[in-house]
Design a protein around this ligand. Sequence first.
Ligand SMILES: NC(=O)c1ccc[n+]([C@@H]2O[C@H](COP(=O)([O-])OP(=O)(O)OC[C@H]3O[C@@H](n4cnc5c(N)ncnc54)[C@H](O)[C@@H]3O)[C@@H](O)[C@H]2O)c1
Ligand SMILES: O=c1ccn([C@@H]2O[C@H](COP(=O)(O)OP(=O)(O)O[C@H]3O[C@H](CO)[C@@H](O)[C@H](O)[C@H]3O)[C@@H](O)[C@H]2O)c(=O)[nH]1
Length: 340
Amino acid sequence: MAPFPVLVTGGAGYIGSHAVLALVDRGWPVVVLDDLSTGFRWAVPDGVPFYEGDVVDTDLVKRIFEEQKIGAIMHFAGSIIVPESVENPLKYYDNNTGKSRTLIQAAVESGIPHFIFSSTASVYGEAEAKPLSEDEPLAPFNPYAMSKAMTERVLADTAKAHDMNYCVLRYFNVAGADPEARSGQSGVGSTHLIKVALEAALGKRSEVAVFGQDYATRDGTGIRDYIHVSDLAAAHVHALEALIAQPARNLTMNVGYAKGFSVLEVLDAVDKVVGKPVPRRMEGRRAGDVSALLADNSKLLATTPWQPQFDNLEQIITDALRWETKLQAIRESESQTENA
Ligand SMILES: NC(=O)c1ccc[n+]([C@@H]2O[C@H](COP(=O)([O-])OP(=O)(O)OC[C@H]3O[C@@H](n4cnc5c(N)ncnc54)[C@H](O)[C@@H]3O)[C@@H](O)[C@H]2O)c1
Ligand SMILES: O=c1ccn([C@@H]2O[C@H](COP(=O)(O)OP(=O)(O)O[C@H]3O[C@H](CO)[C@@H](O)[C@H](O)[C@H]3O)[C@@H](O)[C@H]2O)c(=O)[nH]1
């Protein structure tokens, strides 16, 4: 397969930077577009062309398509925090829906044949601990989820009307870091459970809150399907290759392990990995949360050669902890440079 350059929007962010690594490791030429609103320039590997800008800047986007001879887009750029979307829904409908629509239009006008979109398991809404297949009706429960569901619809309608080949990947809960610690979750003020728990373990926070103990789950806390970010990144490369192998495809696939852990189970695993109990505080439910989300991943397994490599909660936490420790050193050296 003759690779063409892939534009990764949001490639300086957590998941996008791992997708860049997965593509580069497999020999794909990659170009990154990111506005650095939550991403980091240093997260983009040396040698990967980087454009700082917004996906809504169509002049810039079309210039990148031409200059770099882009043949596919992986669109990660977006805003990702569920509680923030409840407080500020317009930010989410703008950054995740409106700006994605503009990017899709630029792709259509420039004849980019392949488009891969980062969606979320939260488009399914409340799931009652049963594995969700892609045929499940969508019931987005918060503005973040709705902003993604709307973009899925924009893509589906656009692909019917124009010559576009797209794949929607619905991620379950992404966690962990590159096993070689080349990248990891680096944003400040994260709300993600494993990241928050490890920050508490390393003394960057005083404790971790457990949001809600009255869900209809085995221990009353929320259940999620945690997937290692490097397995998720690999799924993108396989999805791209599947689109190329069979063009004119509209492919929507879950990416998860089909295995659920409750908040308390995750925190117990964190305690085990760090070797001490992380302080916990019981709190009420968090706005926008559902009780359980669990993937049926049989379509991804049947459609692509993807196989999980890191399907182990303790390994996910171990890799995340290694990155969290490295990140501490990066931040310290940044602040020394600033103070020098
Ligand atoms: N983290 C998860 O658990 C999870 C789960 C499901 C889906 N997703 C989706 O995956 C994608 C990546 O998420 P992440 O966790 O890596 O978040 P992130 O915040 O680390 O990465 C997002 C990146 O996009 C950039 N960005 C944001 N808006 C932009 C814009 N308008 N133009 C250009 N760049 C922009 C940011 O600077 C950042 O580098 C998002 O679309 C998110 O909705 C994430
Ligand atoms: O400090 C915390 C953080 C989270 N939780 C709980 O842990 C679970 C997971 O929460 P979190 O890690 O914040 O992820 P989600 O809210 O499930 O959302 C993530 O996973 C979704 C897919 O399932 C993605 O769409 C979102 O972008 C991503 O933020 C939930 O039950 C939360 O209530 C806590 O109890 N304490």
